[in-house]
Ligand binder design. Structure first.
Ligand code: AOS
Ligand code: ZN
Ligand code: ZN
Length: 426
């Protein structure tokens, strides 16, 4: 199933007048406040977020998985799903693959399919947290950190294979997330595990093409419950530094202990030029991977405030790779991703409204109340007409969720793929 631009235009007609009124009202008042509205609209249109291949089917928990009808079961179908998301939102112009779940059979055909959907291949993800069929060694007690050289070598080689696959598709980065750690005190020697991880990462780094980046993701716990080798941003930062210039930290919003000041981590990493990638999601308790902005939208806005500051003031930091990292148990995965994309754009738009000069001035004057007012005024603005305008101008839907439902996308997918299709992967 593909979404036709003309049909979307037709759908948009209905809401156009009311959109125009809301947009004019908002932009008049923003212009009076000194905002450059066309610039904000451009920035929103340019902001593209990669969709992870594993978020297109229903996830599940260790208690079970309730599949969602019409799920994609092949790489081609996953790409078609991202194509649908991109057509509707004009914000999902990339897909992030997970190997071995998404190994292409015919590279040319896959690349052509991507072009036809106007999407590119973002970071490729390796998988050393599951044992693969016919694998010689097991990752039960770790992969890159393992005590056994043969196991480390297998894990390093897998990452090199993933780079090769990504290279053939035009990806420019590898994301490494390790499940390595220990479940009980005394199980592991912390120093040996960290040293082995460092050495293995260096081996992978050596295989990285010149124009590639290595993203090192951190996470405090799960699947291991006593210790994780790459537990926090400091460890990731240290490992990235030891690897070299092409290695960066990757922040996943769900990978922090409760109440961690993530925006400060973002600021620190950008100042040091080491924020490589970002995994968006939201959480209440742990690595919940739920819809972006559904639990802590103000925190998301504060994070975007630091991202905007960093993008404007830290030329030492490359433009970060934006990705969603989500998993859905009960919602239609595509609807959930549409909601996530909207929440990301909303936080970004609000952060773009902040008058950075005024904020700096208020900070210099130690006018704490004004500092807070500046942030909260931006946050309290309903920016949705800006998002709609950006989408409309790029040929997307004024309301992606409404269009998705009225075009009966899920019903069409079920018809084409059947009720019992199962996504490969998690
Ligand atoms: C795991 O918790 C990390 O967030 C990974 O980035 C990601 O979810 C995983 O690679 C997908 O299986
Ligand atoms: Zn992640
Ligand atoms: Zn995670």
């Amino acid at each position: 199933m593909r979404i036709d631009k003309e049909i979307l235009q037709e759908k948009n007609q209905k809401g156009l007048k009311s959109h125009q009124e809301k947009f004019d009202f908002l932009s008049n008042f923003l212009v009076k406040d000194g905002c450059n509205v066309p610039d904000i609209i451009n920035k929103l249109s340019e902001f593209q977020v990669a969709i992870p291949s594993w978020a297109l089917g229903a996830g599940g928990t260790r208690f079970g998985r309730f599949s969602f009808q019409g799920e994609p079961s092949t790489l081609e179908q996953k790409m078609d799903d991202v194509g649908i998301l991109h057509a509707l939102t004009q914000t999902a112009g990339a897909i992030s693959l997970h190997i071995p779940w998404d190994v292409p059979k015919d590279y040319d055909a896959i690349k052509q399919l991507a072009t036809s959907h106007n999407i590119v291949f973002d970071a490729v993800n390796s998988n050393t947290f599951q044992d693969q069929k016919n694998a010689k060694e097991s990752y039960r007690f770790g992969s890159l950190s393992n005590k056994e050289k043969a196991i480390r070598e297998q894990a390093v080689q897998h990452n090199i294979d993933v780079i090769d696959i990504g290279n053939k598709l035009g990806s420019k980065s590898l994301t490494v997330w390790l499940a390595d750690g220990s479940n009980f005190p005394g199980q592991n020697n912390f120093q040996n595990a960290l040293q082995n991880t460092q050495d293995s990462l260096k081996d992978i780094y050596r295989a990285l093409p010149e124009d590639w980046k290595l993203y090192i993701e951190y996470k405090p716990y799960e699947p291991n419950f006593y210790s994780t080798v790459i537990q926090d941003w400091g460890t990731s930062f240290m490992l990235a530094n030891e690897c070299g210039d092409k290695a960066y930290s990757l922040v996943d919003l769900g990978h922090h202990l409760p109440n961690t000041n993530i925006e400060q981590i973002v600021a620190t990493l950008m100042m040091k030029g080491k924020l490589g990638g970002f995994h968006f999601n939201d959480s209440k308790y742990g690595d919940d991977d739920i819809t972006v902005g559904s639990i802590k939208p103000y925190a998301l806005f504060l994070i975007f405030n630091e991202l905007v500051y960093g993008m404007n003031n830290n030329p030492q930091n490359p433009y970060p790779a934006w990705m969603i990292d989500a998993s859905h148990n009960i919602k239609d995965p595509l609807e959930d991703l549409i909601q996530s994309l909207e929440a990301i754009q909303e936080a970004y738009a609000k952060a773009l409204l902040i008058d950075q000069d005024q904020l700096r001035l208020a900070q210099m004057e130690n006018d704490v109340v004004r500092c807070q007012e500046i942030l909260q005024n931006a946050y309290r603005t309903d920016v949705r007409p800006l998002l709609q305008e950006a989408r409309r101008k790029s040929g997307g839907a004024l309301s992606p969720i409404n269009a998705y439902r009225s075009l009966k996308v899920r019903e069409n997918l079920i018809q084409a793929r059947g009720k019992n299709s199962v996504a490969s992967g998690l």
